[in-house]
Write a protein that binds this ligand. Structure first.
Ligand code: FMN
Length: 191
């Protein structure tokens, strides 16, 4: 597909069919992620592909919501602006529904914090565009970051920093185009 068509077509997809995704398609997405630019070419990412295990991730998020609702304060979450409820509940529903959950971890390195986060953003966007290119839907789910330590520990990857998740699957609905700012609102040309 032409690049501008793919960019136009990519939308956040929040309703998925249960159909499985062929491994070759997931490999295609990850190969596109691998080719993304990265600060100092550090390629600071590590990708984890979950199918059934995604349900355990959803359960970890449910448990944290329950702890939050019971007002049990856990210091590991207190550093973040934690106001989950509706957004996290919706994300849990989507994680259960989409057949694949990709997790993107960052190598722990405090010196490269900002650059590495930007690099991971590039890799994530490549995944979403590649998904759109082959008829798959995708959704960034930053909501996993509230339970980043629990999830990493559960997966035995606590030496890495969980940055985000991307749900992948076949779209169940036609997605509307989210309202975007006009160029004149966001661009300044200077001579
Ligand atoms: C870094 C990042 C984190 C996001 N986290 C979530 C999330 O946790 N839950 C969710 O439903 N959508 C999430 N989104 C999707 C945005 O809500 C969506 O991109 C935005 O509303 C624009 O819609 P569009 O992607 O269809 O253009 C996230 C997007 C980005 C880029």
């Amino acid at each position: 597909m032409e690049l501008d068509k793919v960019i136009e077509l990519r939308r956040s997809n929040r309703s998925f069919k249960p159909d499985k995704i062929a491994k070759s398609k997931i490999d295609y997405l990850l190969n596109c992620a691998r080719l993304a630019p990265s600060a100092a070419n550090r390629q600071p990412w590590h990708f984890v592909v979950l199918e059934d295990t995604r349900l355990a991730i959803a359960e970890i998020m449910v448990k944290q919501l329950e702890r939050q609702n019971n007002k049990v304060v856990d210091r590991s979450y207190a550093t973040r602006n934690y106001s989950p409820t509706a957004s996290v509940q919706e994300s849990i529903k989507i994680i259960k529904e989409a057949p694949v959950l990709l997790l993107i971890f960052r190598e722990n390195n405090a010196n490269w914090l900002e650059g590495d986060y930007l690099s991971i953003g590039c890799a994530g966007e490549n995944i979403c565009l590649a998904a759109a290119n082959i008829g798959l839907g995708s959704l960034w789910i930053r909501d996993v970051s509230y339970t980043r330590y629990d999830i990493a520990k559960y997966l035995g990857l606590d030496d890495l920093d969980l940055v985000t998740a991307i749900a992948i699957g076949y779209p169940n609905v036609e997605n509307y185009r989210a309202k975007k700012k006009e160029l004149k609102e966001i661009v300044t040309y200077l001579k």
